[in-house]
Each structure stands twice: as C-alpha cells, then as structure tokens.
Design a protein around this ligand. Structure first.
Ligand SMILES: [Ca+2]
Ligand SMILES: [Ca+2]
Ligand SMILES: [Ca+2]
Length: 375
C-alpha cells in the first residue's frame, strides 16, 4: 500500500478545535440540541471521518510526486478509527471494479490524515482502482464497514488539478486549495472561475482586466479567458496574417504552420513561443524559436516545427493539460495564437478547415505537413 498515515500535530489539533468551536455557534447560539443533550464543544462521534482533499492530476511535488490522483481523509474526532472494511469509490453504487476497500487493520489516529492514491497498472503501485477525471464531474463516496455513507463529495475535476479541499479541515466548504496531502488544508491564494482577478490570474471569466484583442496587437476578434488557468486566450483574435498556426499535438510537441497566401512568406526573425502576454518581450523569453534569416514558406505550404535543440526546432514543451502557442512577426506584433485545454491535443488539435479562420478541433487525424483532417 502506498497510503501514509500521518500522526497528529498540535497545529492540526488547534485547527480542528477551532472548526468545531465555530460549528458550535450554529443554531442561534443555543448550546442545546432538540434532544436536550449538550453538544457544545463535543468532538464528532467516533467514526466521523471526512473526505478532506483530492487531486485529479498526479502531484508534481511533495511526498506523492509522480503517483496517481490522490484522496486525503481526515479524522477530526477524538478517537482512532478502524477503517477495516470501509470503502472508497467514484461510483455511488459501489461497483466492485470502481471501489477500493481499505485493508483490514487500517486505522486513522485522531487528528490524523490518510492519503490514498490511484492504482497504477504499469507500476503496480497505488490503492484505489479508479481515476479522478481532470475535465469532468465525479462523485466520490466513503462508506463504513456497514456500507453506511460516511461522506460524499461532487467535484468538477478541472478544479482539482492542483487541489480541491475543505477549509477548514473536515467541516469547511470545498474549494480550490494549495496542495497539502497529509497535512492541514490551505485555501488557494486565488480561485480561477470566481469572476475576480486574483493572485497571478491574468483574467477571470468575463473580467479581461480591460483588455481586448487590439490591446494585444491584433486587428480584431474576441479575446477570452481560459476557464481552468485564468490566462488570456487570443485564439479567436485576428491579425490579418496569412501565415498561421494550423495544427499541434502535445505528445511529441509538433507545431504546424501554414501559409494561406498566394505568395511565399518570409519568416526571417519571426518567433514561435509558448508565451503570451500583452507586450511580448523576446529578451525575457529564454524558450523560443527565432526563425533564421531566409526562412521562407511557400504559398499554400506547411511547415512542421518539431521540439528539439536543432536549428529550426522549438525548445518549449506543450503541456497535455493545456497550453498556448503564439506566432510573433519580426516586428513583435502577434501573427497568430492558439490556446488548448486539457487532453485536447493528445492526438492532434487542428483548425478545420485549414487556417486562418478554421474552427479549432480536438482529436483530429494527425496530418503534420498536409491539409487538416476531421476526427
Ligand atoms: Ca490536506
Ligand atoms: Ca479568480
Ligand atoms: Ca495538418
């Protein structure tokens, strides 16, 4: 088993105590519940474990780096809990092939955290036999040995790429978090999707920070904001350029350019980059391709740029969970930009029909160096 038991600390006990003190204030200040028993300050009943944090993407760092999707369970109670026979599933019906049963003898100390990770069929490591979608909705259920539902959470996996958690631990509302697997939860400094620009967000929802395509050097079109990472998306901005980004994929990181014009295009000094900002500064961009003097693209021609360190190759990676590519003219005005989302470029993300003006489409038939082909 990969899961790790973490002993309580004074810090977590303090947070849990604060959380329950806050809850005790609900109900108009009464310290007596309808049954007459005094519940003020009472710890949760034994067995009241909570789903506390989850990730829909392999952790990038920390003790679980490189492992699968992770789920953290917390014991906010005052007694250790025996999880023998408890189950965790992404299927509310607890289908056997989508359900993890905790091994006999698994216990969770009071104030402790238990982290389990998705089973990896390649390495044989991990725990639960399901993944947490990084793009869609999931319902995760925790049941005890009597199959009684203990806790359940509905999650939009796109909000859990880093961490989706309760703040404070155990009782708080679920939201975007800093990843704290095995430790007390911490709210994220910014939440992409709340319509407010915070932290390092360039935009959020309809709030584009007052920017439009024209402010970014384009002639027109519609600037938008990515829903997951809150970055500016100029895919639908127009520059009037006849040389465009036409196709890309995020496995070998190839990028296809196309010259839709009737004359050869001189790409000398043009730049291909994964950066995109209101004022592109090549001096601050170490990972870019500057096309060599004399680079030409024939009318109707395609140029496939591979990733690598050789002349004519680009040095930056294209992330499978979403990224952007910008083609910049020699005068540093943008010629074209495309942003894609999680898993859209696993096979081929392409313009249909060929750009400019085609509709960007996921899972195209790869046609690097030739006209694009629908899925
Ligand atoms: Ca945590
Ligand atoms: Ca925000
Ligand atoms: Ca193509």
């Amino acid at each position: 088993m990969i899961h790790r038991l973490l002993s309580r600390t004074r810090t977590t006990l303090t947070l849990v105590a604060l959380a329950h003190a806050a809850c005790g204030g609900d109900g108009g200040g009464s310290e007596t519940d309808p049954t007459g028993s005094d519940t003020s300050g009472a710890p949760p009943a034994a067995g009241a474990l909570r789903l506390n944090e989850l990730t829909s993407k392999s952790p990038a760092e920390g003790p679980y780096a490189g492992m699968g999707d992770a789920i953290e369970i917390v014991n906010p109670g005052a007694e250790a809990v025996d999880l023998s026979g408890w189950k965790l599933s992404d299927d509310p019906g607890l289908a056997a092939d989508k359900t993890y049963e905790f091994p006999a003898g698994t216990t969770l100390a009071p104030g402790g955290y238990l982290v389990v990770v998705a089973f990896d069929e390649l390495t044989g490591a991990g725990d639960f036999p399901f993944g947490i979608s990084s793009t869609g909705a999931e319902t995760l259920s925790l049941v005890d040995a009597n199959q009684t539902l203990v806790d359940q959470v509905d999650v939009d996996g796109a909000r859990a790429l880093v961490s989706y958690c309760r703040v404070p631990d155990a009782d708080g509302e679920w939201g975007n978090c800093v990843q704290t697997l095995g430790a007390a939860n911490v709210v994220a400094p910014s939440t992409c999707g709340d319509g407010k620009i915070e932290g390092d967000e360039a935009c959020d929802g309809a709030d584009l920070d007052g920017l439009a395509c024209a402010d970014l050097g384009f002639a027109g079109g519609a600037l938008t904001c990515t829903a997951i990472s809150c970055r500016l998306d100029a895919t639908a901005c127009d520059s009037g350029a006849e040389v465009v980004i036409n196709e890309l994929e995020a496995v070998d990181d190839r990028i296809e350019l196309r010259n839709a014009g009737a004359a050869a295009a001189d790409l000398s000094g043009w730049i291909l980059t994964d950066r995109f900002a209101p004022a592109y500064d090549p001096a601050s961009d170490a990972e870019k391709l500057v096309f060599a003097p004399g680079t030409e693209l024939a009318p109707g021609g395609y140029l496939v740029v591979a990733k690598g360190d050789l002349a004519g190759q680009h040095p930056f990676g294209l992330a499978s969970d979403g990224d952007g590519v910008t083609l910049v003219r020699a005068d540093l005005t943008p010629a074209d930009h495309v942003t894609y989302g999680p898993e859209q470029a696993e096979i081929s993300y392409c313009a249909l029909p060929d750009g400019p003006g085609g509709a960007w489409t996921a899972d195209c038939i790869p046609t690097f160096g030739a006209a694009n082909s629908a899925p």
